[in-house]
Design a protein around this ligand. Structure first.
Ligand code: NDP
Ligand code: HSE
Length: 403
């Protein structure tokens, strides 16, 4: 029997215990040995919970126990998760985490430390919840040259956008619902401002390049400016609005960004709704492939953590190679990235069209009955810098969504 510990008995941590207990036999067969949760580290006592007997408050008890071979870090945040993880790895204990904030900030260093101490640092649950996207990129698509990653990477915002569009529900009420369902981050600004998706696309980009893509260089825009009218405009041009993490290699350079985007209504990614995530990869041999599943929530996320535990148990005494190294990968400034823009403008086309054409070049006018004092234009393909320069000439712009 392999003894493990869980750091943080919250949504994901309690799910880890539940997955291990529910699927004990399956897990033992696949790991080659049974897995038992010996300790759970948390601040609280959980009186009356069956886990109560195994709760410890002092991390040193776990770190000093030679029986513990694997730790699931499901506390979240940078500190003390970073310090605890480092100490565990230095003691030869593998760590499996759902903590994308920590992976994006220190993943390369933690993987190196794991390699130096014959253990592993795995983070399947850090991107796409229960979708095995990390293992797919690391293990399955090793014969491929990937040049495009396009993903709905945040369950909370996809849940909000889906409900806003489908039911016309109010932003704050749906966000509260997502929090109650255990989807949102402790500070939900990380979801709605796009920071969570930014960390996830940084992780996938780091795997893509084999070097560290610093999440701080990725342009990030969340969904807080999206209004009900935007969905009507999107529909008028046969599109849906999704918060997309994008990482692409084009002839202009290597780009990554997070922003709401218009996706064709008949594209597979447009059909990814509610808390589900969808990640579409393009690679040179396989062509396009899509990975879909629950992007947040207790059991789907915990299942991914436990899947990593099984991998570590199969490799006890050895190390699973690092997915990327500590060399910094500099991306191209997104000013050179080319795409279309749907721009909402105050006023009517008869008064404003010439001005818009002078600034943006060829445009398609989009009008909706719901908006009497404004219209939108869909531009041709232009770079972010060209768009910014053009937009400066039109103070009447109300908003813009990329396509
Ligand atoms: P929760 O807040 O539900 O759980 C975290 C737990 O860790 C809480 O019980 C918390 O206690 C405990 N904790 C915090 N600090 C300490 C500490 N210093 N020592 C011991 N225990 C501590 O978070 P989630 O389970 O939702 O998320 C955990 C991680 O997984 C985060 O990184 C999150 O981003 C990630 N994640 C979450 C998903 C989800 O669907 N929820 C999906 C994918 C990833 P207390 O509550 O008392 O502070
Ligand atoms: N808050 C995150 C989300 C959790 O909603 O996607 C999963 O990483």
């Amino acid at each position: 029997m392999v003894q493990i510990a869980v750091f943080g008995y919250g949504t994901v941590g309690s799910g880890v215990v539940e997955v291990i207990e529910t699927n004990q036999k399956e897990i033992a067969r696949k790991a080659g040995d049974g897995i038992h949760v010996k300790y759970v580290l948390d601040i609280r006592d959980f009186q009356g919970d069956p886990i109560q007997e195994r709760i410890v408050h002092d991390v040193e008890v776990i770190l000093a126990d030679p029986e513990i071979k694997v730790i699931c870090e499901t506390m979240g945040g940078i500190e003390p998760a970073y310090t605890f993880t480092k100490k565990a790895l230095m003691n030869g204990k593998s760590v499996c985490t759902s903590n994308k904030e920590l992976v994006a900030a220190h993943g390369a260093e933690l993987m190196r430390i794991a390699g130096e101490h014959q253990c592993s640092y795995l983070f399947e649950a850090s991107v796409g919840g229960g979708i095995p996207i990390i293992r797919t990129m690391n293990d399955a698509l090793t014969a491929e040259k990937i040049d495009r990653i396009e993903g709905i990477l945040n369950g909370t915002t996809n849940y909000i956008l889906t409900k806003m569009e489908r039911d016309g529900a109010a932003f704050d009420i749906i966000l509260k619902e997502a929090q109650e369902l255990g989807y949102a981050e402790r500070n939900p600004a990380a979801d709605i401002e796009g920071h969570d998706a930014c960390r996830k696309i940084a992780i996938l980009s780091s795997i893509l390049y084999g070097h560290n893509v610093d999440y701080r260089q990725i342009y990030t825009e969340g969904i807080t400016k999206i209004t009900p009218k935007d969905f009507v405009y999107a529909k008028a041009i046969d599109c849906k609005i999704k918060l997309i993490g994008l990482s692409v290699i084009t002839k202009e350079g290597e780009f990554a960004m997070v922003s709401p985007r218009l996706v064709p209504a008949d594209s597979p990614i447009a059909g990814v709704n509610d808390v589900f995530n969808g990640i579409q990869l393009h690679s040179n041999m396989l062509d396009t492939s899509l990975y879909y599943g629950r992007g947040a929530g207790k059991l789907p996320t915990a299942s991914a953590v436990v899947g990593d535990v099984v991998e570590c148990v199969k490799k006890i005494g050895g190390s699973i190679p690092a997915a990327w190294d500590e060399t910094e990968k500099k991306l191209t400034d997104n000013g050179a990235f080319r795409q279309q823009y749907l721009v909402r403008i105050k006023g009517m086309p008869d008064a404003m069209q010439q001005k818009a054409e002078a600034a943006f070049g060829g445009i398609q006018i989009v009008q909706i009955p719901e908006a009497a004092d404004e219209f939108a234009v869909l531009t041709g393909e232009m770079s972010e810098q060209e768009y910014r320069d053009a937009a400066e000439k039109i103070p009447e712009i109300i908003g813009m969504i990329r396509r």
